[in-house]
Ligand binder design. Structure first.
Ligand code: SF4
Ligand code: SF4
Length: 186
């Protein structure tokens, strides 16, 4: 019967010659293909000792940013969690107490902020949804772990260090504000 795609092959049912029945030519042919691969340029890299440069649009482990005064930017509004298609983000909001103004920028902050790296698909929607420029994806690769609970990244792993020299540079990911829109103070 004529196939719809016209790509059907008619299988030959001819008897094998005595040479073909020896199988040696086929084995030698196969080994020569394998051997030829020894002399080709390797397609693999010896990760993690050797690393390939990332694409400029690579999205890796998140960072929770602090402002210039070292205060946490996140105000636990939950917009990132709502935008997350993988439902990877959970948080517990808390009210800032008197005397904590140097720790948290807004009156409400995330006492607990967790991202499940097993769920996250690194789409960057959380970054786009955040009105406070508090969460960004970075070029860092999320560390592997032996246990599932090790993939729940809390503030201990997400929040950037207080030390200004150890802050995470996200300048490549920040979209410049159009001249018509006033940039909020950092
Ligand atoms: S990168 Fe995407 S999947 Fe991962 S936490 Fe953000 S919104 Fe969710
Ligand atoms: S990271 Fe941004 S969007 Fe998410 S809760 Fe904090 S302020 Fe809201």
């Amino acid at each position: 019967m004529q196939s719809l795609t016209n790509r059907a092959k008619t299988v030959s049912n001819k008897r094998m010659s005595w040479l073909e029945r020896l199988y040696f030519p086929a084995i030698i042919n196969g080994l020569s293909i394998t051997l030829s691969h020894f002399f080709r340029k390797k397609a693999t890299v010896r990760y993690p000792e050797e690393q390939r440069p990332f694409s400029p649009v690579f999205r890796g482990q998140h960072v929770l940013k602090r402002d210039n005064e070292g205060r946490e930017r996140c105000t636990a509004c939950g917009l990132c969690a709502v935008a997350c298609p993988a439902e990877a983000i959970t948080m517990v909001a808390a009210e800032r107490k008197t005397g904590e103004e140097k720790l948290y920028r807004e009156e409400k902050y995330a006492a607990v902020y967790e991202i499940s790296m097993l769920r996250c698909i690194f789409c960057g929607f959380c970054e786009e949804a955040c009105p406070k420029e508090a969460i960004y994806l970075t070029e860092r690769v999320a560390h592997p772990d032996y246990f599932r609970k090790g993939f729940i990244f809390g503030k201990d792993k997400l929040l950037e260090p207080l030390d200004k020299s150890k802050r995470i540079d996200i300048s490549k990911r920040v979209i410049p504000y159009p001249a018509s829109i006033k940039k909020p103070s950092s």
